[in-house]
Design a protein around this ligand. Sequence first.
Ligand code: CTP
Ligand code: CA
Length: 220
Amino acid sequence: SVEAAPDRPLAGRHVLVTAGPTQEPIDPVRVIANRSSGKQGFAIAAAAAQAGARVTLVAGPVSLPTPGGVVRVDIETAEQMAAAVEAALPADVAIMVAAVADWKVDAAPAKLKKAAGPPQLRFSANPDILAMVGSHVERPQLLVGFAAETDELVAHAQSKRVAKGADWIVANDVSGDVMGAADNHVVLVTADGAEDWGPMPKTEVASALIGRIAGLLGKD
Ligand code: CTP
Ligand code: CA
């Protein structure tokens, strides 16, 4: 195994990160999207690269520069994100920060015309990427999900952790105005319980999380 230098504790490790929103087309010119900025996921990818990891960042449409030393794969839809994530395996650690659209639309092949009146959109389920990785033959040694919640933060995060086969869920209190903001209030939910990290900048959430991961992987 690789002897990790103290300042590069993730040297020799592959860390896979998803970030940003996904976009689901309605027709060739319109999409359904969400308000994820990608800031938290990009900060985590940057912190992992700084810790010496090889980093694959699968990113939805965001307006952010690629962090130094990170291999970025741009996608639009949840299905494209699922395929890019699977193609990036194996990884030692996967951190699924993306705000994946839960549903896709039966997209029209041609532009919908206003004169036809408001469309009746038909939705169907998207793949759950975190759950897919959680049950994958190449499941990473450590699998981390994020969960944005407005209420029952820890209870919802704990049931997602179990249901999706993740090791940790970083539960994100979005009852305030967190989308696109620089700060985040997270609670780390593991099999051992919940740890409230309090409000802190997204860059500090990233370095704290990567520090915790480095500590864990450094033991083997
Ligand atoms: N996730 C995913 N694929 C999806 C939906 C979510 O990989 N199709 C991942 C997210 O990247 C995140 C975690 O699952 O790491 C939790 O996402 P969240 O939206 O909070 O959970 P859902 O199961 O979709 O539940 P809900 O939106 O109903 O709260
Ligand atoms: Ca969801």
